[in-house]
Design a protein around this ligand. Structure first.
Ligand SMILES: [Zn+2]
Length: 161
C-alpha cells in the first residue's frame, strides 16, 4: 500500500511537470460572435467602460480599431483615467456609439481630425486641455527634461532672483 501511495505521489509530480502553468489557462476562450462584424474568430473581450465594467465581444481586428479610436479620443479630448472616470466613460461611450453604428472607413486608423468631428457630432464637450494646449504641455515637459533649453525654467529663475 505504501509503495502504491508513493507511486501515486511520483505520478502526480510527473503530471505537474507536464501541466502547463496556470497563466496559460488564464487565456479563456471567448465564445460568441464579434458584435461589430459577426466574426467567430480571434474573439476578445472589450471594455466599453471599465468603471463600471461594460464588456462586449469583439474580434481581434475590431478590437484593435476601437482601442485605437479610444486612444486617439483621449489624446484629442484630454482625460484622466484616475480622476476623471465619468468623463472618460462618456468619451468611450461616444466613440463606441460611433464605432458600432458606422462602417469602418477604408483605412487602418481614423485621424485626429475625424475623431474631433465624431466628438463634435455627439456634442461631446472637451472639458480638459485643448489639443493645442496639450501640445504645449508635452513640449514643456520635454523641455524640462532637457534642462539646457527651458525658457520657462530660466524665466522662473530670473523672477526668483
Ligand atoms: Zn469584428
Amino acid at each position: 500500500m505504501a509503495a502504491t501511495a508513493q507511486n501515486m505521489e511520483q505520478l502526480k509530480a510527473l503530471i505537474a511537470i507536464f501541466t502547463p502553468p496556470a497563466k496559460a489557462k488564464r487565456t479563456k476562450k471567448v465564445a460568441g460572435t464579434c458584435v461589430k462584424c459577426g466574426s467567430h474568430e480571434h474573439l476578445h473581450r472589450h471594455h466599453i467602460t471599465y468603471y463600471p465594467p461594460n464588456i462586449v465581444v469583439l474580434c481581434r481586428l475590431c478590437h484593435s480599431r476601437i482601442t485605437g479610436l479610444n486612444t486617439k479620443g483621449s489624446l484629442v479630448a484630454g482625460g484622466n483615467k484616475v480622476t476623471r472616470t465619468e468623463y472618460t466613460n462618456r468619451l468611450r461611450i461616444v466613440l463606441w456609439k460611433w464605432f458600432i453604428t458606422n462602417p469602418w472607413p477604408n483605412k487602418r486608423r481614423v485621424s485626429r481630425t475625424e475623431v474631433r468631428s465624431i466628438l463634435r457630432g455627439a456634442k461631446f464637450v472637451v472639458e480638459l486641455r485643448s489639443t493645442k494646449r496639450s501640445r504645449q504641455h508635452y513640449k514643456r515637459t520635454n523641455d524640462l527634461a532637457n534642462q539646457h533649453r527651458t525658457p520657462q525654467f530660466k524665466n522662473h529663475g530670473m523672477l526668483g532672483a
